[in-house]
Design a binder for this molecule. Structure first.
Ligand SMILES: Cc1ncc(COP(=O)(O)O)c(C=O)c1O
Length: 390
């Protein structure tokens, strides 16, 4: 038998969310009515227009004239064109700068395979844990520099003196729920230009942004096209967490230090590693664009944000210090009385409320928990009742 890739041994033993899940399961086994505000998953039904598109696409498979076999590994042209015409209509991208993928998890986890194991990587702290895990698997555990997101800096990442090769930025960030200001993003784009770094911009929650001082796309920042890859997902925007569809924008002009096109490298990589995304799913994603599609999606987003507002207001009324919840459905709540995040999680679980301890997202997440507005309105109301807010 072969030996293990020893980098895998450097990962935390249990994926953090599994540990939380175990505690919640234990509570459930005691027949307690759990109020899950930890969930980062969707709870609203999919838009009818999405379902109809999937059904129509499935019907096409009944007929040999419309039957689809293997699709292009970078995605069908019809979806790429919709993305260009809608999400990037103000930018000058070409169709082969868009890559469809089976969820951002796949793209985020795999993009780091393209780069040298010696690359120095900047990762937000707290952040979505996958960035760290993917880089550990690639042998970069020692090369990670954490960029703390602190209360005194409004949870915005300050520039570092380290010379980073790759920087992961996520705005609005998970778990803080805060969208970075244009000024912060401009600072990082300028930093990347100066240091010849690559920004990997995670826009998983862009659809929730309403603040004027922020941007949905990193390409709204001057110079970003020379240094940034952007990834977006239909998961949270349109409820595709089970369907799996997302996309990357990789400008052709961005090159590695050895002068190789990252766009071509990714093309080569997915040609080997991916069989493309299923046709009915890409048809479903296409249906989210255009008048009716957008209207239906927007209604769902508004529902989540109304729930989030109820949650944020309720927590504040109770005297908690809470952030986020304006440009994303996540609320970043400070633990009372300097409690540790795991202790506050346990305290909330006593009241049947599930949160995510901030420490699970990085050491700077200590002292906070994440609540999610993806929960149902009833769940949020009952949680606030249990906390004594209503
Ligand atoms: C910040 C962030 N990026 C990426 C993802 C993964 O998205 P997808 O469902 O497209 O894999 C998530 C999922 O929760 C996330 O929070």
């Amino acid at each position: 038998m072969p030996k293990i890739n020893s980098n895998l041994l450097k990962l935390k033993k249990d994926y953090f969310f599994n540990e939380i899940e175990k505690k919640v399961l234990f509570k459930k086994q005691n027949n307690e009515k759990i109020l899950n505000l930890g969930v980062g998953d969707i709870t609203q039904p999919l838009a009818p227009i999405v379902i109809e598109a999937m059904k129509r696409a499935a019907d096409e498979m009944k007929d040999k004239n419309t039957l689809k076999g293997y699709g292009p590994s970078s995605g069908y042209r019809f979806l790429k064109q919709k993305i260009l015409d809608n999400d990037y209509k103000n930018f000058d991208f070409e169709i082969d700068e868009i890559f469809i993928s089976s969820g951002m998890k796949y793209s985020l986890a795999n993009i780091s395979d393209l780069f040298s194991e010696k690359s120095k990587v900047g990762i937000l702290d707290p952040a979505y844990p996958l960035y760290t895990d993917a880089n550990i698997i690639n042998g970069r555990k020692q090369n990670i520099v954490y960029l703390p997101l602190l209360e005194e800096n409004n949870f915005e990442p300050l520039l570092t003196d380290s010379k980073l090769d790759i920087i992961y930025l996520c705005s609005p960030n998970n778990p803080t729920g805060i969208a970075f200001s244009k000024k912060t993003l401009k600072n990082w784009v300028d930093y990347a230009k100066k240091n010849k770094s690559l920004i990997i911009f995670d826009g998983a929650y862009e659809a929730f942004i309403t603040s004027k001082d922020s941007v949905k796309s990193i390409y709204e920042i001057t110079g970003a096209k020379d240094v940034a890859i952007e990834m977006r997902s239909f998961s949270k925007k349109a409820g595709f967490t089970s369907l799996r569809c997302s996309y990357l924008v990789i400008p052709k002009n961005i090159k590695t230090l050895d002068n190789l096109s990252i766009n071509s490298l990714w093309n080569r990589y997915i040609d080997t590693k991916s069989g493309g995304i299923s046709y009915p799913i890409q048809k479903a994603a296409e249906a989210t664009y255009g008048g009716e599609g957008e209207a239906q999606i927007q209604r769902i987003i508004s529902t989540y944000m109304q729930n989030t507002t109820t949650l944020l207001t309720g927590l504040k009324k109770l005297g908690y210090t809470a952030y986020g919840g304006i440009d994303s459905p996540y609320v970043w709540c400070k633990c009372p009385k300097s409690m540790k995040s795991m202790d506050f999680f346990d305290h909330l679980l006593e009241k049947n409320i599930v949160s995510i301890p901030g420490i699970g997202f990085g050491s700077s997440g200590e002292g906070f928990v994440r609540f999610s507005g993806f929960a149902n309105f009833e769940t949020i109301n009952n949680a606030l009742l249990n906390l004594g807010a209503l």
